[in-house]
Design a binder for this molecule. Structure first.
Ligand SMILES: Cc1ncc(COP(=O)(O)O)c(C=O)c1O
Length: 363
């Protein structure tokens, strides 16, 4: 019934899913009833193509953009698939960060584009080297549709692109798709400003991490002209705004104040979960604590590789996603692993850390 594979005896740090107890099973029905009371039959009919104004007008000031620059989607994955279909022709190049969100690769290649790795180091994409690569690709006669990256509390690294690189990237003559899915899951300080500039940067986002993945609700934040193009797509014209009833429920969840209360709860819980996993692992290896998001990106001490550690770890009842999964064609990240602290409660994260540490130290 759900997208999750139970593995008895294994504490699986591979899943980037919310902890079930943090899903708003009590608050969401209240919002659903509130939306029906407020909007009546309008909540259940075909919706306005770009998404219902009660949602976009609540969301826009939070994102620091005009409501006219928002198009509601069925999640961030849908946003990326839609943009790729709209902006890329088969055979075009799409540039991707490395490492990056691994499930973006098949979403992009579904549109029969060629993926090319943007030059990057441990701080993220290097805009100077990217400009050189871009010139070379274009000189060979290829069209570059856009660059895809997750610059804030990234999946898998948890890191954020430094401010000077953000500025330099946005100044390139290049369309950029900024996946901003983790922005609101900030635990220390504040999230860095987005790359989004109302021009060549299009931002995508989601309520999957902050509220619930099953809502299938997210957005594209582009220009009003892009919103117009999306609204005129044949299937939007035919079926109306995406997930209209859920979008109006989300608007009610937001405007009632329930979202802010819920966000404070999940931030505090995920901060505790992060701290439990980090503290549990520190006796065994060096760990950077990410300021936001759901993931630890761990560099393995030699002679471990992600592949050899996975065998040893699973034998001790703990699992993770190996680093190469997040690199295009699996090229890179052999000495890295991604650990998700989102799904398990703190006692299980502490136990998972002990099992992984024991595997690492050969105990
Ligand atoms: C960077 C990133 N983008 C998008 C998604 C998927 O978002 P959605 O559930 O809204 O499709 C995820 C989920 O893991 C993610 O990590």
């Amino acid at each position: 019934m759900i997208q999750f594979e139970e593995r008895p005896g294994i504490l699986d740090l591979g899943w980037g899913h919310p902890r079930p107890a943090l899903l708003p099973t009590a608050g969401w029905p209240v919002a659903a009833a509130g939306a029906l009371a407020a909007f009546g039959w309008r909540a259940l009919t075909y919706g306005y193509a770009a998404g219902p104004p009660p949602l976009t007008e609540w969301l826009a000031p939070r994102l620091g953009c005009p409501a006219s620059s928002l198009f509601v989607t069925a999640g961030a994955s849908h946003a990326l698939a839609l943009l790729t279909a709209l902006l890329a022709e088969p055979g075009d190049v799409v540039l991707v960060d490395s490492p990056t969100y691994h499930l973006a690769f098949p979403m992009l290649t579904d549109a029969r584009v060629e993926l090319i790795r943007a030059p990057a180091d441990d701080d993220g994409i290097d805009p100077g080297r990217l400009a050189t690569r871009l010139r070379a690709i274009r000189a060979s006669g290829r069209r570059v549709a856009f660059l895809y990256l997750v610059p804030t509390f990234a999946n898998p690294t948890g890191r954020s692109l430094p401010p000077d690189r953000r500025r330099a990237l946005a100044e390139l003559d290049l369309m950029i798709v900024e996946d901003d899915t983790y922005r609101e899951l900030v635990y220390d300080g504040t999230a860095p400003p987005p790359l989004w500039n109302g021009a060549n940067v299009i931002r995508i986002g989601s309520f999957a991490k902050t509220v619930a993945p099953g809502l299938r609700l997210g957005w594209i934040n582009g220009t009003p002209e892009l919103v117009g193009r999306l609204s005129r797509l044949g299937y939007v014209h035919s079926g109306g705004g995406l997930n209209h009833t859920t979008a109006l429920t989300m608007a009610t969840f937001g405007t009632s104040g329930a979202y802010d209360t819920h966000l404070a709860t999940v931030r505090s819980a995920y901060r505790d979960q992060r701290d439990a996993l980090v503290a549990g692992l520190r006796p065994y290896t060096e760990i950077d604590s990410p300021a936001g998001g759901w993931f630890l990106w761990v560099t393995l001490p030699p002679p471990w590789t992600a592949a050899t550690l996975l065998v040893a770890a699973e034998a001790r009842g703990v699992s993770f996603v190996p680093g190469p999964r997040f690199h295009l064609h699996g090229a890179g990240g052999e000495d890295r692993i991604r650990l998700s602290f989102s799904m398990l409660p703190t006692p299980e994260l502490t136990e998972a850390a002990t099992r992984l540490g024991t595997a690492l130290t050969g105990g």
